[in-house]
Design a protein around this ligand. Structure first.
Ligand SMILES: [Zn+2]
Length: 530
């Protein structure tokens, strides 16, 4: 979302040893009765099958090194470019589409560890997934594939050249009946598309290896501390920019057992708001993904917006800048891939020329051990104060349409007998992949302080992702909350929350929740199997 106030923001996997098949034969010991010989024979075979499975379990537990000691991975992708004229999302105004620069995508990565534990990550070129859509889709994934909430993370790049979805930034746009119907139709299609794409990724699960690395890209600017209008001047003078940034480009590769690269997952902390025009495209993450998929044919490039709530790509507003930022990000990823390749040859003993810190740096990019732990929680994020009927009535007269539309909708809810909750169920994920990667996923527009804080606290191999599950609102740190302004001040109404502002303990509540989840999944040391 743009920094401008007026225009606004822009069943756990069934264990392989616990299948109904084995359970049924186990129960057959109880009573046989006067059944046919053929049935008794099949039963006998069943008992032997059970014994064989039980022996295999005992053997596998006694010899963990001999079990299928590998990840399985499956990747699937689908085009999500609207075929009908759904408006573009964000910026607080009506933006009807006028063609496309390139297609929009959703991509799913399914992972299964050596113990059969699964998780699915979905990345997309959506601007924001609304809570109702996220909840409905997770429920469908649970029913269809037995995936619990802790096993599914839906993410969106926050692309402002992506389409509207029902209830995302609900009051941002003028209400036109025909458009509402189109957005509802598109949203339902996308829920089905996520389920279909996840199903396709799960169906492709096959032995694979994972590696992590890290590159850098420097185009993200802290937009709270550097004015967009002054950027050209600052850059031409070579003046240092102000405010915290996170220029890391975390990378994870997924490689099939035949050596074919299946997926390149990468992240960056920055708003995809280079462009504000009305053609479909994925903004800088879209260009980065296209460049990487061109460099690595057959691999899916998957982007995650890490904690870019207060970061903008500056200067901006021109397609060539957008393409250049995409290229810079892709180069950051490519540099990481090169380091990872060197690390691999060093580990395999095929290369010994490198010495000192360069060698250590490359060796830091280790393969990820095939164990997976996932945890999820809704943290209760308290509002500073729930909005009252009187305040809403006053808002009806507000000169900005977003205020008035929000107030009218909230008043309707009160009239229907709804009571506003004092807090928001804020989605927080923690996934542990081997001892090498801790993946933290948080809802909404987390500011960069969260990434810097958690990376410092949990150490190397920590990915801190915002824009997971649902768009929620801006999620300020305590520092940003105290400073106020667009990301820290009274703007929750823009997201349809029944309040203006978070309570001052927003960071504290999130940190407590993340620590609880990280404790739950264990702090494995590097290389440790869990
Ligand atoms: Zn935003």
């Amino acid at each position: 979302m743009s920094a401008s106030r007026v225009h606004g923001p822009d069943a756990p996997t069934p264990s392989r040893w616990n299948s109904p098949h084995v359970g049924a034969y186990g129960a057959s010991h109880v009573s046989v009765g006067p059944w046919s010989l053929k049935f008794l024979w099949s039963l006998e075979l069943g008992v032997w099958s059970f014994r064989a499975v039980a022996l295999a379990v005992v053997f596998a537990l006694a010899h963990p090194g001999l079990a299928a000691d590998t990840w399985k991975a499956g990747v699937a992708k689908a085009v999500i470019t609207p075929e009908k004229p759904v408006w573009l999302a964000g910026y607080g105004s009506k933006r009807a589409p006028e063609g496309k620069l390139h297609d929009l995508w959703m991509k799913a990565l399914a992972l299964e560890d050596a113990h059969g534990r699964r998780a699915v990550l979905v990345t997309s070129d959506f601007q924001g997934i609304p809570k109702a859509m996220c909840d409905r889709t997770c429920e469908k994934l649970r029913r269809r594939f037995g995936l619990a909430r802790d096993q599914v993370m839906l993410t969106y790049s926050h692309n402002h050249c992506g389409p509207r979805l029902t209830e995302d930034l609900h009051d941002y746009y003028p209400v036109e009946a025909e458009q509402e119907a189109l957005v509802d139709e598109y949203t339902a299609l996308m829920e089905a598309k996520i389920v279909e794409t996840v199903g396709a990724a799960l169906a492709k699960l096959a032995p694979a290896s994972l590696r992590i690395g890290e590159g850098r890209a420097t185009f993200a600017v802290n937009r709270r501390n550097n004015k967009e209008a002054e950027m050209a001047d600052l850059l031409s003078k070579g003046a240092p920019l102000k405010g915290p940034v996170d220029h890391a480009v975390p990378v994870m590769t997924v490689t099939a057992s035949n050596g074919r690269l299946l997926a390149i997952l990468f992240g960056y902390a920055c708003h995809p708001t280079t462009l504000s025009f009305t053609q479909w495209c994925g903004d800088y993450p879209g260009f980065a993904q296209i460049a990487l998929e061109k460099n690595h044919p057959g691999a899916a490039a998957m982007f995650i917006n890490t904690c870019g709530g207060d970061q903008n790509p500056l200067p901006r507003r021109r397609v060539e800048l957008c393409e250049r930022y995409g290229q810079m990000l892709a180069e950051g990823v490519e540099n990481a891939l090169k380091q990872m390749d060197v690390g691999q040859t060093l580990l395999s003993g095929q290369e010994s020329r490198r010495n000192g810190s360069a060698r250590q740096e490359c060796l830091a990019y280790k393969p990820v051990s095939p164990s997976l732990r996932t945890a999820f929680e809704f943290a209760a994020l308290a509002y500073e104060k729930v909005v009252t009927r009187e305040e809403l009535q006053a808002e009806l007269q507000h000169k900005h349409a977003i205020h008035a539309r929000w107030a009218a909708r909230m008043l309707k809810k009160l009239d229907a007998g709804e009571k506003f909750a004092a807090s928001y169920p804020y989605p927080v994920h923690a996934w542990r992949l081997g001892g090498e990667l801790l993946f933290i996923g948080m809802g909404g527009e987390t500011v960069v302080d969260y990434a810097l804080r958690f990376k410092k606290e949990f150490g190397p191999g920590t990915w801190v992702c915002g824009y997971a599950d649902d768009l929620v609102a801006y999620i300020p740190s305590r520092r940003v909350w105290e400073e106020g302004g667009y990301e820290g001040g009274p703007h929750l109404y823009e997201y349809g929350r029944p309040a203006f502002r978070w309570a001052g303990d927003v960071e504290e509540r999130i940190v407590e929740c993340v620590r609880r989840l990280v404790k739950k999944i264990g702090r494995a040391s590097s290389g440790e199997k869990q």
